[in-house]
Design a binder for this molecule. Structure first.
Ligand SMILES: CC(C)(COP(=O)(O)OP(=O)(O)OC[C@H]1O[C@@H](n2cnc3c(N)ncnc32)[C@H](O)[C@@H]1OP(=O)(O)O)[C@@H](O)C(=O)NCCC(=O)NCCS
Length: 157
């Protein structure tokens, strides 16, 4: 899988990452946190991928992707990079790995929601070719609205 730096690996998250995943979750988001129980479920779910970016020191980032039986649309539920590692291409590498994982499951599209006003994430998605196609009002637990984005996944990328 692609990585931004030779010392950084992108891999499937494992139970041993749970503590670091939760710490990153709470450091990165003000609401809508995944719980330890939910992470543990997703780590072992046939309809989810939890990807981790890590270096020798520890977890740098994560992405959570959901799939549905009978649907060729993958959903990026969450992505976050630790503050100490931001701006170094870790999210870009995680997103590349997410696309590889979604294609492996025969998905033709990748969709996501992003909080309106999250300029860093919106810039990331638009730079990677995601197209805004709608919105969800009051999508987040705190009542904030979301933009909906989609990217078509070509077979040979
Ligand atoms: C959004 C986030 C995941 C980006 O992670 P990152 O590893 O710093 O991003 P990268 O270094 O891979 O940057 C990739 C691209 O994203 C965009 N980007 C990233 N951070 C940005 C910022 N602060 N301002 C503007 N654009 C930004 C740029 O287009 C960048 O490409 P470039 O460097 O070639 O211009 C990170 O800021 C984060 O974890 N934020 C908190 C959690 C969050 O909001 N997650 C998204 C929920 S929908």
């Amino acid at each position: 899988m692609p990585a931004p730096h030779p010392d950084i690996s992108i891999r499937a998250a494992v139970d041993g990452d749970l503590g670091a995943l939760l710490a990153l979750e709470h450091a990165s988001f003000t609401s809508d946190h995944l719980s330890r129980r939910q992470y543990r479920q997703h780590l072992h779910s046939a309809t989810a991928d939890v990807l981790a970016a890590a270096d020798a020191v520890g977890l740098l980032g994560k992405a959570v992707v959901f799939y549905r039986a009978g649907s060729d649309i993958a959903r990026l539920y969450s992505i976050a990079v630790a503050e100490r590692a931001r701006g170094r291409g870790v999210a870009k590498a995680l997103m590349a790995a997410v696309e590889v994982a979604a294609r492996r499951r025969q998905c033709a599209r990748l969709r996501l929601e992003v909080r309106k006003g999250n300029t860093a994430a919106i810039a990331l998605y638009e730079r990677l070719g995601f197209r805004r196609f709608g919105e969800k009002r009051g999508f987040y637990e705190d009542g904030a609205d979301a933009w909906r984005y989609e990217k078509r996944l070509t077979r040979d990328e």
